[in-house]
Write a protein that binds this ligand. Structure first.
Ligand code: ZN
Length: 321
């Protein structure tokens, strides 16, 4: 059945599942490596075209990412899904290249104090590291993408000026990094801010190929994606079952949920190449494996046209219908 795309939306969107990294890095207990591998391979089998599978940070800083190389080695690469990993410095980049990632993601915060809290150095230092990693990537034939954290607000400084985002984007572009993600690290994005920042980037740093990364901390993750879609943005980072958070950002729980986003996109006539039922299965199995209720909603309610037998459903009076 051909579906008409919702007016103003792009016809096709690339979904990047960041659950294995953003979702699990701050998980309060160790997550077994085989749980991560099953989750990643499940996402790939469901048709997710790009995944942020791990990060090559110091194991002491983020114990749940200590198995980065082991995870990379066990991923099913037969379907050609693009595997990216977060990389904070040259040492991490060397490990990531060795492990065979398709792309490295460098990151820094638009706000100085969040960058200090997150990676314990000034933005200039992070930018210099990004430039070095960009050179390493070029030499090794590995792509390098840039993420801008706290792009919609900072838990320490409040509003982050658009000019700061543009400065970081220009610096990235100057190092040859043009695939740039605006990260809503602590769930401070709103549809209005999304529109404002996407338009400013399109006007001032036209070489930037922008992706959006939202957290559902305040319940507007999908509304922000909606605003991005109206701006023609075609890459979105989300995490299966809505797991996620930043350990150094107070209250920053819950990425925008991949299957909820995919549901909204498909119902809007936007193609993702992902099988929603299979994705819901991954979300449910991940919830079972982690042993904790996860925030995704479509994984609980099912697709819109899920049908019930009448005797399965309670009436509003509480008796069987
Ligand atoms: Zn995040």
């Amino acid at each position: 059945m051909t579906q008409v795309t919702l007016e103003g939306f792009p016809e096709r969107v690339r979904i990047v599942d960041v659950g294995p990294r953003d979702g699990l890095q701050a998980w309060p207990v160790p997550v077994p490596t085989d749980v991560k591998i099953e989750m990643i391979n499940g996402l790939i089998a469901a048709g997710v075209p790009q995944l942020e599978v791990t990060s090559f940070v110091a194991p002491r800083a983020v114990p749940n990412m200590a198995d980065a190389a082991e995870v990379m080695a066990a991923i099913d690469r037969s379907r050609g899904a693009e595997l990216t990993a977060l990389v904070p410095n040259a040492r991490g980049a060397a490990r990531a290249i060795e492990a065979g990632v398709d792309a490295m993601v460098v990151f820094l915060s638009a706000s100085e104090s969040h960058n200090q809290a997150n990676v314990n150095c000034a933005r200039d230092v992070s930018l210099a590291a990004a430039a070095e990693i960009a050179r390493m990537g070029q030499e090794a034939g590995v792509a390098v993408y840039g993420a801008i954290a706290t792009a919609f607000g900072c838990p320490f400084e409040g509003d982050v000026p658009v000019s700061d985002i543009l400065d970081v984007a220009r610096a990235y572009a100057g190092s040859g990094i043009t695939k740039i993600t605006l990260g809503d690290t602590t769930g401070m994005a709103t549809p209005r801010l999304v529109q404002e920042r996407c338009r400013a980037l399109a006007a001032e740093v036209p070489e930037a190929d922008v992706a959006l990364h939202f957290h559902n901390t305040r319940g507007v993750g999908l509304a922000c994606a909606y605003a991005g879609l109206l701006e023609g943005i075609t890459r979105y980072e989300a995490s299966v079952a809505g797991i996620g958070g930043c350990p150094f950002a107070p209250g920053a729980t819950g990425n925008a949920c991949t299957e909820d986003l995919v549901y909204m996109l498909h119902e809007s006539g936007v193609e993702t190449g992902i099988e929603l039922d299979a994705l819901i299965g991954v979300a449910q199995r991940t919830e079972a494996a982690l042993g904790q209720k996860l925030p995704g909603q479509v994984m609980k309610a099912g697709p819109r046209l899920r049908q019930y037998r009448r005797d399965e459903v309670r009436s509003s009076s509480g008796s069987r219908a």
